[in-house]
Design a protein around this ligand. Structure first.
Ligand SMILES: C[S@@+](CC[C@H](N)C(=O)[O-])C[C@H]1O[C@@H](n2cnc3c(N)ncnc32)[C@H](O)[C@@H]1O
Length: 261
């Protein structure tokens, strides 16, 4: 064969392999689409929105695609999955591994997002370092069990999110950070602001890094605490991040921010 043709075929084959590979994390996410959509629907007051915000599926997809495209290496999750099953099932919050059904996602805790398991499974082909942080021993044990198949990429830290961020080696930039500690209360609003401040002041995010924040448009703060902003537990952290060099690139149930360049 003409050497020029051989070269062309090799180049096309390489391009094809790269393209196929670049979709892998998103392809893996597809099987959880329905669960992520239904889980998000439980958390939104649909009557409040003229156009309902998109589900966690859309923002996970955007974040995973970006991570993969930019050859991301380090994922940090603040607040790990704390239940093998949704509250409707026996075994909610129990650490007994008999309640973990890896092949039956129908019973998983989709109301909380199940990021620990889903991100580990979708991103493991990229061989990242996945650091998941939780202040609760139980949550760490549960998440460790749920990600046993991906143990080679998982690093669990039983500590507060702010201690973790303060002690993280700032030379090792984070490519994707997921903010999901606490609940829907004022304490969590202030905690998330502290997390955002440490990320900014210590410059922990990589050049192309993303901050993905869960539950921004959750209906609970409005319903139970009379919250009037549409930022929920991020009512302090998002304005702070916007004032400190970040911009919003997805504004849905979850919010994604990247550095202004
Ligand atoms: C909503 S859950 C996280 C859900 C998980 N990211 C998922 O997608 O399934 C919140 C977690 O934050 C943890 N948490 C609360 N305060 C914390 C803190 N100061 N530092 C670290 N973890 C904290 C709780 O123990 C709980 O497990």
């Amino acid at each position: 064969m003409n050497p020029k043709n051989t070269l062309l075929i090799t180049a096309l084959a390489t391009l094809f392999t790269i393209n196929v590979k670049s979709a892998e994390s998103v392809e893996k996410l597809e099987k959880y689409k329905k669960f992520l959509q239904e889980g998000t629907d439980q958390c939104i007051d649909l009557s409040h929105w003229a156009i309902p915000p998109k589900s966690r599926y859309e923002t996970f997809k955007k974040a995973f695609k970006h991570f993969e495209k930019n050859n991301g290496k380090i994922v940090v999750e603040l607040g790990a999955t704390r239940s093998f099953v949704d509250g409707a099932y026996q075994g909610c919050l129990s650490t007994n591994p008999k309640y973990w059904e890896p092949n039956n996602p129908t019973v998983w805790d989709w109301g909380a997002g199940s990021f620990t398991r889903v991100a580990a499974e979708c991103l493991c082909n990229l061989n990242p370092e996945f650091h998941s942080i939780d202040i609760s021993h139980q949550a760490v044990n549960i998440s460790r069990t749920m990600t046993k198949e991906f143990a080679h990429i998982m690093h669990f830290h039983r500590c507060s999110s702010t201690d973790f961020l303060s002690q993280w080696d700032s030379k090792r930039k984070i490519d994707l950070i997921y903010l999901d500690t606490g609940g829907m209360d004022e304490y969590t609003c202030k905690l998330q602001l502290q997390e955002a401040k440490i990320i900014v002041e210590r410059d922990l995010l990589s050049h192309n890094g993303m901050i993905l924040i869960d539950d921004v448009k959750n209906s609970t703060p409005r319903r139970l605490h009379g919250e009037t902003s549409d930022l929920g537990k991020s009512k302090y952290s998002i304005p702070y991040l916007l004032a400190h060099g970040f911009k919003i690139v997805a504004d849905e149930y979850q919010v994604i921010l990247i550095k202004n360049k």
